[in-house]
Design a protein around this ligand. Structure first.
Ligand code: NAI
Length: 800
């Protein structure tokens, strides 16, 4: 037989990775696992265990403890006891521990890869070449941030005890994404893996001990959603980090709302995969394979919606079908297979049900001619064509190897279709035309955009969603802020020097405001709302009387209502072109605002003195003017960065505006608080609907005269006066508002968080303690800019 003949007749034989070492490891534990608390194995108080099954053959792998209330409490207590000492370690010491964890993972990489494949059903090629190396990379990368924390994040400290809940699709990798940054920043953790895939987290627990971490720093509890719920509800946890379904994300938002717990959510997706007619079609076909058949399509950022330009669609789909015909589904431990097993029967049933619904709704189904193995949980790669954009399969996350394809004609239609989803996790753009690709990438509402590539991940690049895909980022420097809070602020020195003089000024201002010379009655003056660049009367037809601290009338403001907020949001939305202006342009306008405010400084200072009786009127105005300068300065300097991922190309982390921000201003420092929030929001390209201090709104309503003279485009700033909490509720429920900044009492902040459960809106509030707006450390800075932006990571490979 000639070599040519051999090559022609050669068939793939099975090439399974040896499972024996992993089986031996399971046997060492007698196939039964307790929880890892305080560096010890602790049996569940209730004595309940459940089975963990190998989805590749349906056989039981181990029994796993189901955590109950006492167990969760013990884990949280252990983490709380360990946290102060862990945070007090020098960054270098924490760096050594994290480095040791990275090394331990590398040393046990094959065991971990095989165990992961046995437990999850994903191909060994993926666990070996992607999951486990990236786990090590995350620990090593974050060892670096522990080392650099004091230098790179001055003024920040650990949040405390973090509860972390992860899914089953990348069990050990999600653990690393969660634990590494938390530990680096000085937090201790209680982590709960998904009930289908607990084994690698338990193997990791052993590595924690081997790496010599102090007891209580890492605690692993196991169990299903009930254990997760207990962890979320535990009062000793200061932050919850969750990855999983949008539905559970919403429940967690609900139970944490108003508790003061920090929250980051990484939820589902329905990510678009755009193929333009000038794409390298063969590469794009391989891209599709990676996008939707990697990990059986059980990937939150899977490119599950294929959008192809109409003139190449037939050709492209034909090549995809050819490629699908050659994919291999089978034993996950076989190094030659492409698609492994679905994680659990419930997930397989969900995939089947959604596929049946697709067929029922009229889409055309295509599957390869070959049959899947019958033992184990397998599903063939599947392609749907003739899909309507509103069809269930085009909108709902299937989380399986099912690709849904649609066509578009123009780039603008492609962007529209791509954004036609409540999700916003990732997108792939395929085109050989750099102009087109780099034009389309920023227009897609997604946290990550891959150009001519897909499913690339690295610790140096932040990952996370827009809209219903959640909030918060994991990885990169931006991911660190999820695990830190500001260190305690300095207390404000009381200003006594000019107290007497300013008190006199305030009285004089009140006199001017409440009476008129020549014995005439004062001229009636009612501040209106400011919407779409125009003064507007409130829809309610009601006004609110504003008084000074002695109860003397100072003026009236309109009482805004639901309709005014709707009009204001509409105006803010229509002014979305503001995001496309240059930072230089926005800076000019902020400086101009400062100039015009400063020209009327005395008037504003007196007004504040009259309103509040405070002796800080002119300090407020001068700081407000300075603050406008600060954000004018930042407008063209708050850059993104190029992340140092291993990609041959550029990974560009780009801060983008959120869209429309609803801002509820504090009562303290009525002008300065207002400016301190308004300026960063608009400097970053957002438009705002801003509700001034409820008790002292006149300081801000006067500001619209400054806005009118400073070239601020209509609709960029909309001011609605009235009841803070009532207006906040309307803003929070509005789908076109991207984020709510609430700076009132904590009960109101809780109500805003509750109102944002349904639409998973970002919220930001002062928390228990009001901000000290007079303090330059606290009243301005990067925290404000981070809240005004979200980071989009664009991966742009180059070269052949
Ligand atoms: P899930 O969201 O129920 O599970 C994720 C984690 O949350 C698990 O550790 C689970 O035990 C825990 N959990 C469940 N209920 C909880 C609760 N009430 N409180 C606290 N923790 C709770 O996801 P599931 O059921 O495994 O998968 C269902 C669907 O979710 C999938 O078909 C897929 O569409 C989506 N999903 C998305 C993921 C992503 O990475 N975006 C990951 C996993 C699932």
């Amino acid at each position: 037989m000639s070599v040519a003949e051999i090559l022609e007749t050669m068939a793939y034989g099975p090439a399974p990775e040896a499972a024996a070492p992993a089986q031996a490891w399971l046997a060492q534990h007698d196939g039964r696992f307790d929880m890892f608390i305080d560096n010890r194995w602790v049996p569940p108080r209730d004595g309940v265990y459940f089975d963990s099954v190998n989805p590749g053959n349906g056989k039981q792998l181990a029994s796993i403890a189901q955590a109950g209330p006492t167990d969760v409490d013990a884990a949280v207590q252990a983490a709380a006891a360990a946290q102060p000492a862990w945070a007090a370690l020098p960054g270098h010491a924490r760096a050594r521990y994290l480095y040791a964890l990275a090394r331990q993972v590398q040393k046990q990489s094959r065991l971990l890869a095989v165990l992961e494949t046995l437990d999850n059903g994903k191909p060994i090629r993926e666990t070996r070449d992607l999951d486990i190396p990236l786990v090590a990379r995350h620990f090593a990368y974050h060892a670096g941030w522990a080392q650099l924390m004091s230098r790179e994040l001055p003024g920040y400290e650990a949040v405390g005890v973090v509860g972390q809940i992860i899914p089953w699709n990348f069990p050990l990798l999600m653990l690393a994404w969660k634990i590494a940054p938390a530990l680096a920043m000085g937090n201790t953790v209680v982590l709960k893996p998904a009930e289908f895939t607990s084994l690698t987290a338990l193997a990791f627990a052993e590595l924690v001990r081997q790496a010599g971490l102090p007891p209580g720093v890492v605690n692993i509890i196991t169990g299903d959603g009930r254990a997760g719920e207990l962890l979320v509800a535990h009062p000793g946890v200061q932050k919850i980090a969750f990855t999983g379904s949008t539905e559970v994300g919403r429940q967690i938002r609900k139970s944490t709302a108003g508790t003061g717990k920090r929250l980051s959510l990484e939820l589902g997706g329905k990510s678009p995969f755009l193929v333009f007619d000038d794409a390298d079609l063969d590469s794009a076909v391989e891209g599709v394979v990676d996008a939707i058949w990697f990990n059986q399509g059980q990937v939150c950022c899977a490119g599950s919606r294929l959008l192809v330009q109409e003139n190449v669609a037939d050709e492209f789909l034909a090549r995809i079908r050819t490629r699908m015909e050659r994919l291999r589904v089978g034993d996950p431990l076989d190094k030659a297979i492409d698609i492994g097993a679905i994680v659990a029967p419930v997930q397989l049933a969900r995939i089947r049900a959604l596929v049946a619904q697709g067929v029922e709704e009229g889409a055309t189904l295509w599957q390869p001619s070959w049959a899947c193995p019958t033992e184990g949980l397998f599903y063939p790669p599947t392609l749907f064509t003739n899909v309507a954009p509103a069809a269930t399969i085009a909108q709902v996350e299937i989380f399986g190897p099912v690709l849904v394809s649609m066509t578009f004609r123009s780039p603008s239609e492609a962007v529209m279709l791509a954004n036609n989803t409540p999700y916003g996790l990732a997108a792939s753009v395929w085109s050989e035309n750099i102009n087109l690709a780099l034009d389309v990438a920023p227009k897609i509402k997604a946290g990550t955009v891959w150009i001519n590539s897909t499913n690339l991940f690295d610790a140096a690049s932040g990952f996370g969603g827009y809209r219903e895909s959640g909030y918060g980022r994991e990885g990169g420097k931006e991911g660190l802020y999820e695990y830190v809070k500001r260190s305690s602020p300095r207390t404000r020195k009381s200003s006594t020097a000019r107290a007497v003089h300013l008190r006199e000024q305030a009285d004089e201002a009140t006199a001017i405001a409440t009476s008129a010379p020549n014995g005439l009655p004062p001229l009636d003056r009612t501040a209106k709302l400011f919407i779409g660049g125009k003064q507007a009367r409130p829809d309610s037809g009601y006004s609110l009387l504003i008084t000074d601290p002695e109860g003397r009338a100072l003026g009236e403001v309109g009482e805004g209502n639901r309709k005014d907020i709707r009009n204001a949001v509409e105006a803010a939305h229509a002014a979305g072109g503001w995001a496309g202006t240059t930072g230089y342009n926005r800076a000019q306008i902020l400086y101009y605002l400062a100039e015009n405010l400063s020209a009327r400084a005395d008037e504003f200072a007196q007004r504040i003195a009259a309103l509040t009786g405070s002796d800080l009127g002119d300090e407020e105005v001068s700081l407000a003017t300075e603050r406008l300068f600060t954000y004018g300065a930042w407008a063209d300097k708050y850059d993104g960065r190029v992340a140092r991922t291993p990609l041959r190309g550029l990974t560009i982390a780009m801060p983008e505006p959120l869209g429309v921000i609803g801002i509820l201003c504090p009562d303290e420092a009525p002008l300065l608080g207002f400016i301190s929030l308004l300026a960063p929001a608009i400097a970053m390209g957002n438009t705002v609907v801003i509700v001034p201090s409820e008790s002292h709104p006149l300081a801000a309503t006067d500001f619209y005269q400054v806005l009118e003279t400073s070239d601020v485009p209509a609709g960029v700033v909309n001011i609605v006066t009235g009841n803070r909490d009532g207006l906040a509720a309307v803003l929070a429920a509005h789908d076109d508002v991207a984020s709510i900044w609430y700076f009132g009492p904590s009960a109101g902040a809780a109500a805003v968080e509750e109102a944002s459960i349904g639409n998973l809106k970002r919220t930001w509030s002062a928390g228990e303690r009001p901000f000290n707006w007079f303090d330059r450390e606290e009243g301005e800075g990067e925290e404000f800019l981070r809240e005004a932006t979200q980071v989009k990571n664009i991966w742009a490979p180059y070269g052949e």
